[in-house]
Design a protein around this ligand. Sequence first.
Ligand SMILES: *[C@@H]1O[C@H](CO)[C@@H](O)[C@H](O)[C@H]1NC(C)=O
Ligand SMILES: *[C@@H]1O[C@H](CO)[C@@H](O)[C@H](O)[C@H]1NC(C)=O
Ligand SMILES: *[C@@H]1O[C@H](CO)[C@@H](O)[C@H](O)[C@H]1NC(C)=O
Length: 476
Amino acid sequence: MASNNPGWLVLVGILVTLSLPYSHAFWGNENKIHTAVFLSPKFVLGPGSVENRFYFNVDFPKGHIALKSFDAEVIDEAGNPVPLHETYLHHWVVVRYYVRKGVEISKLDDLKKVNRSDYISGGNSGICQNGILSQFFGLGSETRKTSTHIPDPYGIEVGNPAEVPSGFEEQWMLNVHAIDTRGAEDKLGCTECRCDLYNVTVDEYGRPLRPYYKGGLLCCYDRTQCKVKHGFEAVRRTLYLRYTVKWIDMDRFVLPVKIYIFDITDSWKRTPSSTEINAEHKCKIEYDIESCDATGLGNDGCIDTKRISLDMLFGGYLIYGVAHQHSGGTGSALYRECLFDFGEFEDGQLMCSSLPTYGKGEEPGNEAGYIVGMTTCYPKPGTVEISEGETLILEFNYSRIRHHTGVMGLFYVLVADDLPKPMHTLRTVVQTQDSIMVVTVLWAAVALIGVVAVIALAVHYQFKREGEDGYEAIRM
Ligand SMILES: *[C@@H]1O[C@H](CO)[C@@H](O)[C@H](O)[C@H]1NC(C)=O
Ligand SMILES: *[C@@H]1O[C@H](CO)[C@@H](O)[C@H](O)[C@H]1NC(C)=O
Ligand SMILES: *[C@@H]1O[C@H](CO)[C@@H](O)[C@H](O)[C@H]1NC(C)=O
């Protein structure tokens, strides 16, 4: 039927034309996704023990590429996922740096000895003080169920030869902080690094802790030991962080995103004189939550709400957002400060929120009482824009039903300078970040055109035949 029918050629023509401009930017890239699964160096944990290691020059995809996702989990030697109630993954972070070719850094001690001129940090775009929270990726217990996927056509550009200082090599550091809570007297207390449970009164470097410091990273450093139930025994076991990286080769269709991390403990304050670049940020990373028993049930519903204002020294389109919280967390959000509003918070406009999911069972990825995932936000590209100079409000909520030490409130955002070209025209039809969706919509359009064409042709031939049969043909 189609072979001697010119109508089908036209249809094929439409089909090819329709898919050409978009096939590369959306669907082509999807086809080119590379995946690699790596293992961290092994670490060995016994009941109550802590490892906080910094592994330099870890396995990582090479070349001029755009990262699309980074997922991780703790596994044992047999490759089985280990649940959080056995090994609590306090955090892992991945940081880029540049090192002079020929200089080897494999552990933190090496870094301390290296000539400062041989090492250049290659951290994210901000916004904490130098060297603090400079990671590209990093999560904790929520790792298994938190999406890190960056929608097309965006990606985190790395390995750009033009950006690697000459004579240097781009490398990656992985920090893994894990706590073995098998047999622990107080599992939550160990995961919250309560100093009394670790019997710690001095920090890693032997400096006495301030008397009011009750818990946090200063008490659960590498090789510390949390209190285990009397007589409890279990084997020391070998573990790994298994991480899966997805990427695509960099090309002109990939739009780079920048990584910014906001910290709720940032004590940055706008001062009349310093509304400009390099205004002092001071991110303290951790804070404590008082229980409402101690302060009495106020009208806050036993929720601790912390809010800070941050002036944005950059602009761009928000592509992705995710928060990091510890157990007790009940949600976080980023708001735009309302311009016509003097001090009242009520009118802040929600830009992005990220809420915790708690596990309900025993198995890895669903451990009861632990945050096993954070929701993410993927605004339709172009719909949420951060303007340079505007003020955003960061908010973190924690339950105050019990006291917590060493909780965190980090908010990662990925921001793009540009919108994809085809999306400018397609935006109203396919307002989505998911390329599969785009392809589906395109094919649906193609199918629709096909159906219309077939009907048109059928009607045309029907009329033609009717005309040949002696009836009056109606002109179309
Ligand atoms: C560090 O490197 C610089 C430049 O290569 C050199 O001038 C300096 O002497 C080195 N410092 C040390 C302590 O080796
Ligand atoms: C706690 O630490 C102190 C001093 O470091 C030590 O004398 C004491 O035995 C420790 N207690 C326990 C229960 O390990
Ligand atoms: C945080 O808690 C306050 C009330 O204490 C509530 O108004 C707000 O919506 C909460 N925010 C999030 C992101 O859960």
